[in-house]
Write a protein that binds this ligand. Structure first.
Ligand code: NAI
Ligand code: MG
Length: 354
């Protein structure tokens, strides 16, 4: 298959980890007989420096035509003095919004060789492998009105969704569950919130379209507890924007390192933006210390979710697994008896394992 990929390296360690992801994608193309073409565009601070804006028109135009987009990270101290609309983060928020990437997918997997790095007991996290599907462009973070009222004595935020917005995220979650262990937990606060009651109704309607998926409802507070007491219980969770923000950060501690967590923001037609959860890590930028695995695992998600290349994605994930089993790691991971290497060496090891 032929696929065109836009790379948005961004700032700090972004370029290093994006290069690592590209390397692994090239190996994938070679091994499976695909043709991947790459194009690099500016975003974030790099775009501000080169073009005076965090999200240049050329970048947006290239992304609209792409089959998949891989982003490194944006931001850093160099741009912190700039006014809000000119900040690097605007590039990231802008691209998600402009491309209508409404579904945020965050897989969390406890790699056996890293379980000691988790703050939770080994027997609790061992075997955990879950996916949080968070609604990203609606809900409490975008609802209007949101304002101070009556001389600053009152304040309002609004949780709004249209039926169509809930339907598309719920469809996405059912489809993600079909690619995994077919167990979906819909998380809400239906005992209190009307928006949650409608969310529940829609899940109940939609489940008839996916008879192979087992679905249940769970209140968000119960889900928060269960995530740390019994994470292996979950396969796929789907939830509203703010609930998803909080639960995905909570779940991220299961794995023990920020340098291990991939994410995707996608829409109905399969176009997606794939990026590590971590930021630009200015403290270690340019030293080849950055852990490239989150970016590599993000590229694997692109293979799976945008290119429908499950076998290829499995291959990349298995290679990451194998490298960790061999105890190779970057400085951010503490592996007993491990072999500490640079980010680029670790990326090469992954390619060699494929
Ligand atoms: P950060 O994720 O960049 O770094 C937090 C800590 O984790 C640092 O000590 C860093 O060295 C370490 N770390 C992060 N990724 C790593 C990796 N791959 N390998 C090894 N160590 C890693 O978060 P921080 O420090 O809060 O933010 C730094 C900059 O990144 C800020 O300008 C922030 O706005 C931006 N940021 C960007 C994000 C994005 O582009 N999606 C997300 C979060 C922050
Ligand atoms: Mg968050």
């Amino acid at each position: 298959m032929k696929k065109h990929i836009v790379l948005l390296p961004g700032d700090g360690i972004g370029p290093e980890v994006t290069k690592a992801a590209k390397r692994v994608l090239e190996t994938t193309a070679e091994q499976f007989g695909h043709t991947f073409t790459f194009e690099t565009q500016d975003i974030g601070g790099a775009a501000i420096d080169h073009q005076g804006t965090p999200l240049p028109e050329d970048t947006l135009a290239a992304c609209r035509k792409a089959d998949g987009i891989v982003l490194g990270a944006v931001g850093g101290p160099k741009w912190e003095h700039l006014p809000g609309h000119l900040r690097p983060e605007k590039g990231l928020l802008g691209i998600r919004k402009q491309l209508g990437l409404f579904a945020n997918l965050r897989p969390i997997k406890g790699f056996p060789s890293l379980l000691h790095a988790s703050p939770l007991k080994r027997e609790v996290v061992e075997g955990s492998d879950l996916l949080i599907v968070r609604e990203l462009t609606g809900g409490l973070y975008f609802g209007e009105p949101r304002e101070r009222r009556n001389q600053n004595t009152e304040v309002v935020d609004t949780l709004t969704y249209t039926r169509a917005e809930i339907e598309r995220i719920v469809d996405q979650a059912f489809q993600s569950a079909q690619l995994r262990r077919r167990h979906l937990t819909s998380v809400d606060k239906a005992n209190v919130l009307e928006s949650s009651r409608m969310w529940r109704e829609i899940v109940e309607e939609k489940k008839h379209d996916y008879p192979d998926v087992e679905v249940e409802h769970m209140l968000v507070d119960a889900a928060a507890m269960k995530l740390i007491t019994n994470p292996t219980y979950f396969d796929v969770l789907v939830t509203e924007n703010m609930f998803g923000d909080i639960l995905s950060d909570e779940a991220s501690v299961l794995t023990g390192s920020l340098g291990m967590l991939p994410s995707a923001s996608i829409r109905e037609d399969g176009l997606g933006l794939y990026e590590p959860v971590h930021g630009s890590a200015p403290d270690i930028a340019g030293q080849d210390k950055a852990n490239p695995l989150a970016a590599i695992l993000s590229a694997a998600m692109m293979l799976r979710y945008s290119f429908q290349m499950s076998e290829e994605a499995d291959e990349v994930e298995a290679a990451v697994h194998a490298v960790l089993q061999d105890k190779y790691h970057t400085a951010d991971l503490k592996v007993a008896g491990g072999i500490q290497v640079s980010g680029s060496v670790l990326a090469n090891k992954v390619s060699e394992q494929m």
